[in-house]
Design a protein around this ligand. Structure first.
Ligand code: HEC
Length: 117
């Protein structure tokens, strides 16, 4: 009897721990924060929300791209830039950082930028 109740207690503890672990994984996988990605990659040093600065504004990018999937394709290197620029080399230097993001982070970043429409 004694041994049996100990097993029950251990089983309950194991269930709680695995549920907590699953919770942690779910939040990190499903809630990539586009703004946090944008800030951590310092995209904002060249791209401001509303006005053109060093580079086109986020609003201009949001007008050029229809969907997060389309913008995500550019981040993955699957599609060429569509905005005409005299300084395409500046963005080219950024592409490895974008390519190194997870699919989840690329999607969150694309959704964040398209929010400036
Ligand atoms: C050193 C400056 C600089 C940084 C930092 C930078 N960009 Fe750019 N980006 C540019 C320039 C220059 C262009 C070309 C358009 C232009 O001339 O304004 C561009 C273009 C783009 C475009 C439009 C592509 C197209 O289809 O033409 C997107 C989207 C973009 N950048 C996203 C980002 C993201 C996301 C980051 C952060 C990883 C980032 N940029 C960081 C300078 C920069």
């Amino acid at each position: 009897m004694h041994v049996f109740s100990r097993i029950v207690v251990l089983a309950i503890i194991a269930t709680i721990i695995s549920a907590m672990a699953a919770g942690v994984f779910m939040t990190s996988a499903s809630a990539a924060d586009g703004r946090a990605v944008f800030d951590s990659l310092k995209c904002g040093s060249c791209h401001k929300p509303g006005e053109k600065s060093v580079a086109v504004s986020l609003a201009q990018i949001a007008r050029a791209y229809e969907t997060p999937e389309q913008l995500g394709g550019f981040f993955k290197g699957e599609s060429k830039p569509i905005i005409e620029s005299e300084k395409p080399g500046m963005m080219k230097g950024q592409m490895p950082k974008l390519g190194a993001l997870s699919a989840e982070e690329q999607k969150a970043l694309a959704e964040y930028i398209l929010g400036f429409k």
